[in-house]
Design a binder for this molecule. Structure first.
Ligand SMILES: [Zn+2]
Length: 254
């Protein structure tokens, strides 16, 4: 099952009484391999490491809610597909950050959900995993809508999701650094999304801001943009770069 062997999935689906649609939905939230380092997740191509990580995260309040009051709590607990996606930082229902629940290098140990959940059950009930609630950003809502329903009314709708998600993170981090602010993942993604979701003119304006020196003149090096252009090449981000003239000329310099 964990290797997504076709026969194993077929047998599981038949014995569980899953319709073809239900099986497709299950797999789409799990991520299916397409090549060595890529996966198809919710109909979009992702780099595998954006979906597979030794550290498994989740919302402790979701899990506690499912388990509470049940004689056999493990029967009622499930891991949400969106928790796999590294761009997702919070549970919108509980406004709770996704927190590390367990960490295992071995895939089979890590994905043995029943055993892992059984081990952390006492801590889940005691509230040890819970922390302060957070306010969702527009980025969080955008990503949730795109993953859950494929809806996107921003300019990013035209971009591959993995590229868009990563670009928001890198651009936002660069903008925060430029402003001398502390870079933390959630704020960086929110800042990048505020710019990137508006489209090419907004992105171009931000890129120009990033390459402007203190005296108002443009710098000749890549400055805060360097991490963006050092990012491993993904065709879709090249498309995003290409959609702004400024970025094209910049890319050819790198
Ligand atoms: Zn939750």
């Amino acid at each position: 099952m964990l290797e997504q062997d076709a026969l194993a999935i077929e047998t599981f689906a038949a014995r569980s009484g899953l319709t073809p649609e239900q099986r497709a939905t299950l797999l789409s939230w799990t991520g299916e391999r397409v090549g060595d380092v890529r996966m198809l997740f919710r109909g979009e191509v992702f780099v595998s490491r954006a979906l597979r990580n030794p550290v498994v995260r989740g919302c402790p309040q979701c899990l506690r809610e499912q388990a509470e009051g049940q004689n056999r709590p493990l029967r009622y607990m499930s891991m949400s597909g969106d928790w796999l996606c590294r761009g997702v930082d919070i549970c919108l229902k509980h406004r709770h950050p996704l927190v590390p629940l367990w960490s295992c290098q071995s895939r089979f140990e890590r994905d043995n959900i029943g055993e892992r959940l059984a081990m952390i059950l006492p801590e889940l009930f005691s509230g040890r995993f819970e922390c302060e609630h957070v306010e969702p950003f527009e980025y969080d809502r955008w990503l949730d809508l795109r993953l859950s329903q494929g809806l996107d009314d921003t300019w990013l709708a035209k971009q591959a999701l993995f590229a868009a998600m990563t670009f928001c993170d890198l651009l936002g981090a660069a903008l925060l650094r430029k402003e001398g602010q502390e870079v933390d993942g959630r704020h960086a993604k929110a800042a990048g999304f505020a710019v990137a979701s508006q489209g090419p003119e907004s992105i171009q304006e931000a890129l120009e801001r990033l390459t402007r020196a203190e005296d108002g003149e443009h710098t000749v090096n890549q400055g805060e943009l360097k991490p963006i252009f050092l990012w491993p090449s993904v065709t879709s981000i090249a498309m995003m770069r290409a959609s702004t003239g400024f970025a094209i000329s910049f890319a050819t310099m790198s």
